[in-house]
Design a protein around this ligand. Sequence first.
Ligand SMILES: Nc1ncnc2c1ncn2[C@@H]1O[C@H](COP(=O)(O)OP(=O)(O)OP(=O)(O)O)[C@@H](O)[C@H]1O
Length: 160
Amino acid sequence: MSDQKTLYGKITFTMIKPGERNQENIGPILTKITENGFRIEAMKLVKLRTKQAEVFYSHLSDKPFYNDLVKYMTSGPVLAMILEKENAVSDFRVLIGDTDPTKAKEGTIRNLYAESLQKNAIHGSDSDENAALEAGFFFSTSERYNKNGECFLKDTWVVR
Ligand SMILES: Nc1ncnc2c1ncn2[C@@H]1O[C@H](COP(=O)(O)OP(=O)(O)OP(=O)(O)O)[C@@H](O)[C@H]1O
């Protein structure tokens, strides 16, 4: 099993976004994720506070859809997860499909489960660095232990 150093570059962060339809599809979405070779290393259902959603999406703060996005992302719980796999970040982006579900390839999670461009079912980190930051944003040290009892991702990568 990977130790905490080698896990960097082998994990991605994801969250199933809020909404009744997404909640109903949690089971099928999790099945799709695990069937595609991703191991769930951490998972929790959590409701974001406005400040947290603002920080999480701060890179989009100049976009016209930013305020609506923050409102949507705080409208109900998200299912946050850290997933492990070789090439986790890029393979997961392929599995979830294009941001715009009308452009997402057939069989991708967004193609199957998204309601709209905003309510596009699921988030996936876009780089190894962001995966580590986002994992640390959602999960404390005690929530980042693998099956061998080793804490993965060093605290130096964690933003609180
Ligand atoms: N034009 C838009 N109108 C409304 N919402 C949008 C628009 N573009 C993006 N979003 C929302 O903002 C989120 C973040 O946008 P970003 O451009 O970072 O896409 P992404 O990296 O594919 O998505 P994510 O970060 O959720 O994985 C999108 O997933 C979507 O929910």
